[in-house]
Design a protein around this ligand. Structure first.
Ligand SMILES: *Cc1c(COP(=O)(O)O)cnc(C)c1O
Length: 396
């Protein structure tokens, strides 16, 4: 069989999406303006959230939410130890203290049974992550937060199309943040969005997004009194998305459901296949959750993984990933064990074994190619390559 070249994610844009960008370029207005507002409105409608605020990334979206919610020096924030580095970094930006919590290896999401023991009088917030598009267990998380008077900020970077008990993620905590990086389900190159049900918080975040000003550029532009400059009641940032990016995002919102169902359809086909491979564990789909499948991440588990055999199994996984790469199929580990990154390990004096499930997840997970333009031929090729893999021949 001819070798194919299949990336983990591949962007592809419809003609009307490209046309929307070109139209914006020709319109004479390219900074945050009407296209950003249009994108936000479509995002509000799709997620059922009353307020959506576009930003330059999910990282800046989370940062704005923490700043607007007043999380600062001395505040402890509970963060899953298995996530993208951003989830913890935004707490550090605010001079807060990161308190890692281990994950449930079955879902890759924060282990709800471990949250309460992390709570101290200084705890202000929890940042649950809807990792790879699977909603975190928001029912018990909101209950714990309510009992201990904690804020909840959802890291929904991977969560477009993800629903928990029928409700789109980003609608449970005080705010939810989304990413439009090319690895995510909708992309504007770079970009992000915050959702909230709280109007005052929404206004504060809109202001902080544009230098802490009381009015936006567009409002000022349309006000017709050229001598007026806004006041800046807050110390803000420039976290504005451009109208060029928003045009691309807005056009993709028109078929967000199709994209979601296409991803789920591909995941269904992976599931059927992975069921035939005894040493790969397919992603969990708890009954109360609708997985968005930003990524299709399996656990490489030829036998029960523990801290005693993790190195050996990690080497076996890497050999499998090398084999796929040699056959033109890109894969990646799921994501990072944050407590093993040297910044966090040093600052908080953490050891790899402190969060065993997160360590196992990072060393033994594997992300397979999944994106809407993945063809039947490509998928068959991936399945056939995995089927032909002789694990024993590879292991020294
Ligand atoms: C991608 C990702 C982010 C960061 O999103 P950016 O838009 O690149 O800033 C944050 N958290 C998680 C869980 C992610 O997967």
């Amino acid at each position: 069989m001819k070798t194919m070249n299949i990336p983990v994610a591949r962007t592809s844009f419809l003609e009307e999406e490209i046309a929307a960008v070109v139209e914006t370029l020709k319109s004479g207005w390219i900074v945050q303006g009407p296209r950003v507002r249009e994108f936000e409105e479509k995002f509000e409608a799709y997620t059922g959230s009353p307020h959506a605020i576009a930003t330059t990334s999910c990282t800046t979206a989370l940062h704005l939410a923490l700043e607007a919610l007043g999380i600062g020096a001395g505040d402890e924030v509970i963060v899953p130890a298995f996530s993208w580095v951003t989830t913890a970094n935004v707490v550090e930006y605010q001079k807060g203290t990161v308190v890692f919590c281990d994950i449930d290896l079955a879902t890759f999401n924060i282990d709800v049974s471990l949250i309460e023991e992390k709570i101290t009088p200084k705890t202000r917030a929890i940042i649950p992550v809807h990792l790879f598009g699977l909603p975190a267990d928001m029912g018990p998380i909101m209950e714990i937060a309510g009992q201990h008077n904690l804020l909840v900020i959802e890291d929904g970077a991977c969560g477009l199309g993800s629903r928990y008990r029928g409700r789109h993620v980003g609608n449970f905590g005080s705010a939810g943040a989304f990413s439009f990086h090319p690895r995510k389900a909708l992309t504007t190159g770079e970009g992000g969005m915050i959702t909230t049900r709280d109007q005052d918080l929404a206004e504060k975040m809109r202001s902080l997004r544009t230098h802490g000003a009381e009015t936006s550029d567009l409002q000022r532009h349309q006000a017709g009194r050229p001598y007026l400059l806004p006041d800046f009641p807050h110390l803000g940032y420039n976290y504005r998305m451009t109208d060029i990016q928003a045009a691309l995002g807005s056009a993709q919102m028109d078929h967000a459901d199709d994209t979601h169902y296409r991803r789920v359809e591909l995941a269904d086909r992976y599931d059927d296949f992975i069921d035939t491979i005894p040493w790969l564990v397919k992603p969990a789909r708890p009954p109360e959750s609708e997985h968005g499948f930003q990524a299709y991440v399996c656990l490489f588990q030829p036998k029960t993984i523990s801290l005693d055999n993790i190195e050996d199994i990690n080497q076996q996984r890497n050999a499998f990933m090398d084999y796929l790469q040699e056959n033109g199929i890109a894969t990646r580990p799921g994501t990072l064990a944050l407590h093993t990154l040297s910044y966090y390990a040093k600052k908080y004096d953490l050891k790899p074994e402190d969060f065993p499930a997160s360590l196992i997840a990072s060393l033994c997970s594997i992300t397979f190619p999944l994106f809407p333009s993945l063809t039947d031929g490509e998928l068959e090729y991936v399945f056939s390559a995995i089927s032909k893999y002789d694990r024993n021949r590879r292991i020294k």
